[in-house]
Ligand binder design. Sequence first.
Ligand code: NDP
Length: 281
Amino acid sequence: MSELIDGKKLAAKVRSEIKVRAEEFEKKSGRKVGLAVIKAGDDPASAIYVRNKIKACEECGIASFAYYFDGNVTQANVMELIDALNADKNVDGILVQLPLPKHIDERAVLSAILPDKDADGFHAVNAGKLFLGEPVSSVACTPRGIIELIESTGVAIKGKHTVVVGRSNIVGKPTAMLLLGKDATVTVCHSKTENLREITRTADILVAAVGKKKFITADMVKRDAIVIDVGMNRDEEGLFGDVDFDAVKDVAGYITPVPGGVGPMTIAMLLKNTVDGAKIR
Ligand code: NDP
């Protein structure tokens, strides 16, 4: 029977530290740390994420500036707003909630954000610095949260075989880079990987970022491994991770639940990136 890694509890601790830092910043600078949030279109999950992020800002004493566009907004409109926010001294972080409507070039929009105001850590400069092992002002939030969740177990990452299932630019790849930076031995798997089960079974630390409900089954997990479930799969039965939690919990040493694992840490890391950005600038 594994030990639960409580992301909610850890995120609450991180948020209380952020609150203290945000108050110190306000005392010194005479203004609040500020985060701008941009949403376009009517994706229902995005609306929930944006609401949660704004609420988290309020709780931590961070000013939030929300901009909502309908699905017909042009790329030029979004770019104009980003230019204005880049120049706005009250804005320390800019977050563009993905996905954007299909006619908008997401990469171009994310690249228009000043790297120092890149609250999500998706800008090519920040992703590149992470790849080069250079100090980064903003690290992709979910991967940053994943590292803190693993470290909260007290088990050393150094030298461990870590398998990341998923190679997206926002989760899989940056998580692999961060783990490499912590001296783990890292294997990255994806949809073309052969013999996936044989590989995941050798993982001391297994990160599942696939986007498929209960994809990681108990026979894919090494006994006593640390299992981090990034997946958020919604269907008529509710919200499910990428890991078959009920079966895997009997094999793993530590496991994150869904909900209450990676999700709360992602938001906490967004706030951390924003406060870090304010301090740097
Ligand atoms: P993507 O769809 O961008 O990437 C999924 C990855 O899984 C791809 O690399 C894909 O491989 C791989 N994959 C798909 N099928 C298989 C398979 N059969 N075997 C092995 N690998 C496979 O998803 P994201 O990285 O954006 O997100 C992953 C999950 O995490 C989603 O459920 C998402 O909702 C959730 N998420 C949760 C967050 C949180 O805060 N908790 C934040 C961000 C995401 P290939 O590259 O070959 O296509």
